[in-house]
Design a binder for this molecule. Structure first.
Ligand code: NAP
Length: 488
């Protein structure tokens, strides 16, 4: 990544103080970085509530976008997602605008922070895919009472996040990467991450690679979190397990994060703007301070980063000043006094609490072409037609067998929310008015044509309301669709 270096030889960073407690915690991190003498210069910009209130619906002004395009590195405070004016989260807008596809969340036990896991040595990193999955937010009402959300997972997205996880593990000399998926159920989407992980892991023989099912991962994280070093996972799973993991080490006050892309990286605390504490000078700034440590490493400022991390560890270990989230807000020290203490501890090291050795992170280079995979052979072997109907499966089945007669298709089955209901299997299924009719080609060797699909849809629409259509693909001989529950 090419950073912007100013005429005075400093690396320029876009600084977004943010909303609520944002300005207080960001100011704390800024003061500490400046006290190390690191060669950083700030370009302060706005985003979030103030911008929404000025009437800019994205919450991200053009000046901020231009600044980030120039600096490629952002340290930001939390941004409020307002209700009532402006609908989209400015955070998500920033992450998407700059394609920061990897969300890295370190979770480490901190000295002097009371938790049920104290002394267990938790030190793990969740690497969460940040762009795809259900978070793409592609949703449709299928019938007035049935909603659909598309879970889109790409091979390219998987390859980027898997490589990032292994590269991150290497940069921190970690020995093990777990890939956590729900591929036992979602064989194509979640399975894509698992298969990519298994393939790419061969390029990293120095790192032990294991797959774990996400629900067991959540269970194991609560039971024996110290077994994990790096966990790579899809967006939705990552959202849940990274919050779970943060809670193991003391909560949001101690949870830093980095949003990494090929071109831009955004560093921020995991927490939000905590409006009830805004302006009170009581909030714990550690999360954003540790995010700024990640930022300094990203910028190659390893000495300053280690110095700050050591000073945080020493300050917490000494326990002379502690913030309200740790000891109660009636006894906690102020944000500024806590910051002063960290500054006074710069240059000190704990005998017990060590900073990991870090090497520069090699950002993975995945080809930019959109497809990434080129199969030798593909064909369409049928079509699923989803429809809205108040009829039951015993009425729909014969009707669709009749519709299919005289076409190049036959009706293989009808399902309701993924369970086969026709031909009947004697199961008890509580059906809704959204049906999937699976039509399979009568001429298996030839690919189904678009014209044949359109003709079938025309016949269906003379009697029924179809709501969407999916082609059934076979790619290099493998089924490109899943079977229904109960389908042979
Ligand atoms: P929040 O701001 O994270 O606050 C929830 C609670 O977490 C606080 O009440 C406090 O708990 C604790 N907390 C947060 N930051 C802390 C810190 N630095 N030190 C100690 N404790 C801390 O979540 P929210 O109230 O759900 O969201 C408020 C706003 O922030 C919303 O507009 C939301 O959209 C936005 N948000 C932004 C981001 C982001 O910019 N990345 C992330 C999340 C949320 P106690 O009440 O127990 O003291």
């Amino acid at each position: 990544m090419n950073f912007h270096v100013t005429s005075s030889g400093k690396k320029l960073v876009t600084l977004i103080p943010g909303d609520g407690i944002g300005p207080e915690v960001v100011q704390s991190a800024r003061r500490i970085i400046e006290a190390t003498g690191a060669a950083i210069e700030w370009d302060e910009q706005e985003a979030g509530a103030k911008v929404f209130k000025r009437g800019l619906p994205s919450g991200v002004p053009q000046d901020t976008i231009e600044s980030i395009r120039k600096t490629r590195v952002v340290l930001k405070g939390p941004l409020e997602t307002p209700v009532g004016y402006g609908e989209k989260s400015a955070n998500v807008t920033l992450r998407k605008l700059f394609e920061t596809y990897g969300n890295i969340r370190p979770v480490r036990e901190m000295p002097g922070v009371p938790t049920p896991y104290r002394g267990r040595g938790i030190d793990l990193v969740v690497v969460r895919e940040n762009i795809e999955d259900l978070y793409a937010g592609i949703e449709y009402m299928q019938t007035p009472g049935v909603a659909e959300g598309l879970k889109l997972i790409s091979r390219k997205g998987c390859e980027k996040i898997v490589r990032l996880a292994f590269e991150f593990a290497r940069s921190e000399s970690r020995r093990r990467v777990h890939c956590a998926t729900k591929s036992n159920i979602m064989k194509l989407t979640e399975g894509m991450l698992k298969r990519t992980f298994e393939e790419i892991s061969k390029e990293y023989p120095d790192i032990e690679a294991s797959h774990i099912i996400i629900d067991n991962c959540a269970h194991q994280l609560v039971k024996r979190p110290e077994q994990f070093e790096v966990i790579v996972t899809t967006n939705m799973n990552g959202d849940i397990i990274s919050d779970l993991s943060s809670a193991l080490v003391g909560g949001l006050g101690f949870a830093p994060s980095a949003n990494i892309g090929n071109e831009v990286a955004i560093f921020e605390a995991v927490h939000g703007s905590a409006p009830k504490y805004a302006g009170k000078n009581v909030i714990n700034p550690t999360a954003v301070i540790l995010s700024s440590v990640m930022m300094l490493r990203h910028l190659g400022e390893f000495e300053a980063a280690d110095k700050i991390e050591n000073a945080v560890l020493v300050t917490l270990e000494e326990g002379r000043v502690r913030t309200g989230d740790v000891v109660g807000y009636d006894q906690g020290t102020s944000t500024t006094v806590y910051t002063d203490m960290i500054i006074s501890n710069l240059g000190h090291q704990s005998a017990r609490w060590r900073v990991r050795e870090h090497r520069p992170l090699q950002l993975p280079r995945v080809p930019s072409r959109p497809d990434l995979l080129t199969p030798k052979k593909r064909k369409v072997v049928g079509v699923d037609v989803f429809l809205e109907s108040p009829q039951d499966s015993e009425q729909l089945g014969p009707a669709f067998e009749k519709i299919a007669s005289g076409t190049p298709f036959h009706l293989k089955l009808i399902s309701n929310r993924g369970t086969k209901v026709y031909p009947a299997m004697g199961a008890i299924t509580d059906c809704v008015d959204h049906w999937r009719c699976r039509f399979v080609s009568n001429h298996g060797e030839q690919s189904v044509t678009d014209e044949q699909v359109v003709n079938l849809l025309q016949k269906i629409s003379a009697h029924y309301t179809w709501v969407h259509v999916e082609k059934l693909l076979e790619i290099d001989g493998a089924l490109g669709f899943t079977k229904d529950q109960g389908e042979d």
